[in-house]
Design a protein around this ligand. Structure first.
Ligand code: ZN
Length: 439
């Protein structure tokens, strides 16, 4: 099968893993949020790799039941002791400022300060990631150990942030295929220095777009890089009609850690993407689990809201919220691995190969088996076809009755999809199969 997975192998899987991790390292220090310059800068760096279109939607604009908030930017944020000693600076780690903190300049006593500090008592050396997008609060996040060591003193709080009319920024890449029907790949771009939750999905999506670019594609592909929740809702509000072109979709998140895969099915539960993902997982060589849809998680919630009910699933390694490093400073560049990022990219390529290659055929010689030997399609002298290849030919011939797709046949035969697809291509060349679907 001369597919997208094969294109990755040609590029070199190991080398690609290193490149994926390298790009994550480049994006890691940027202070992102649901709006602001960090997200803009991230999209500009993605634009250097793939031809992303960057869209800006004004603060105050209504998007379904939501409103685009004021744009948030940070000039500086730090905490000093009364004698001027700096004890915390958001430049050292951008998780240390409450994301969307309102500006604040004050001198406060320790008791008052503590009301605005978030720590992780169970992981005293990790810094938590907290946000307050829709409630006006100020605050810092710090190591629990550091908070315990704070002396009873007066502290100088400087949070020089701006919350002003501006924009929500998102990125979009469209690759035209033969059909106007689309495959959607969606990732969130709103988390600051967090590697697995955010950057892993971003870099895998970028490189998947790179593998697809310039190929002859059956489907059109739409990649969206959006702030979580509000960004996906914004995209849907701006593309309510276009969204009807989406035939298959994947949200990618937490795809770089050492765990096996988790695929969360679309709300429909039996969509072709759900079956294609399960099929590709069966052959991926890593442990995996398929989960039913639930209305919490990432942006699949928006794509699968009942008004849209799009066939969009969510691919993860560790499931959000279930690993201790989730939303903490321990979700860093050491928590994601080149070979795991590459493994996810390979799986995404294999899923796209299933969707691209899933067709339905009709056996043109359905009365008895056609004689494969005389066509050189059976094992024998001078014909070295593998047992798997011959088995795949028999499966494809038997079930190509115009009602079973190659995906159906791969599921039923327990053979890998590429073997079934290759068999169908060969049988079609030998005029034993006719395509019955149109697109
Ligand atoms: Zn998150």
């Amino acid at each position: 099968m001369n597919g997208i997975e094969a294109a990755l192998e040609q590029r070199g899987v190991e080398k690609t893993g290193v490149d994926l991790h390298q790009f994550a390292s480049e994006l890691y220090p940027i202070c992102r949020s649901i709006t602001g310059n960090g997200t803009r800068e991230t999209l500009k760096r993605i634009q250097r790799l793939i031809q992303l279109q960057i869209h800006e939607v004004k603060s105050g604009a209504d998007v379904f039941d939501w409103t685009i908030p004021l744009e948030w930017n940070v000039r500086e944020a730090y905490l000093n002791r009364a004698d001027g000693t700096r004890i915390l600076d958001y430049r050292d780690c951008n998780l240390q400022i409450l994301n969307y903190s309102v500006p604040m300049r004050a001198r406060v006593q320790l008791d008052e300060l503590k009301k605005h500090l978030t720590t992780l008592p169970n992981h005293p050396n990790w810094i938590p990631y907290r946000t307050s997008y829709y409630a006006p609060e100020w605050g810092f996040c710090m190591k629990h150990k550091q908070m315990q060591d704070l002396e009873d003193d007066e502290y100088e709080v400087v949070i020089d942030t701006t919350l002003e009319p501006g924009f929500l920024t998102y990125g979009e890449l469209y690759l035209r295929g033969q059909s106007t029907e689309e495959i959607l790949i969606s990732v969130h771009v709103c988390h600051p220095s967090l590697a697995n939750d955010n950057l892993s999905g971003i870099v895998v999506a970028c490189f998947l777009a790179g593998l697809l670019r310039g190929r002859r594609l059956r489907y059109s592909y739409r990649f969206v890089f959006v702030p979580g929740t509000i960004g996906a809702i914004t995209w849907l509000a701006k593309n309510k009609e276009n969204a009807q072109q989406i035939r298959h979709g994947l949200v990618l998140t937490c795809v770089g850690d050492a765990n096996g895969f988790h695929y969360k099915k679309s709300r429909r539960g039996d969509a072709e993407i759900d079956r294609a993902a399960a099929l590709a997982l069966r052959s991926c060589g890593e442990p995996y689990e398929v989960l039913d849809f639930s209305p919490y998680g990432y942006d699949e919630r928006q794509y699968c809201s009942p008004g849209f009910n799009l066939p969009v699933g969510c691919l993860m390694r560790s499931v959000w919220g279930t690993f201790p490093e989730y939303h903490t400073s321990a979700d860093n560049l050491g928590f994601i691995h080149p070979e795991k990022l590459a493994g996810t990219l390979r799986l995404c390529a294999a899923i796209c190969d299933v969707l691209e290659g899933n067709r339905t055929y009709l056996n043109k010689k359905p009365f008895g088996e056609p004689q494969l030997g005389k066509r050189g399609l059976y094992s024998g002298a001078g014909n070295e076809a593998s047992a798997e290849a011959i088995s795949a030919r028999l499966w494809v011939l038997n079930y190509s009755d115009g009602r079973h797709s190659l995906l159906d046949i791969a599921e039923r035969s327990a053979l890998p999809f590429p073997a079934i697809h290759d068999a169908a291509e060969l049988l079609r060349e030998r005029d034993l199969l006719a395509a019955v679907d149109t697109n």
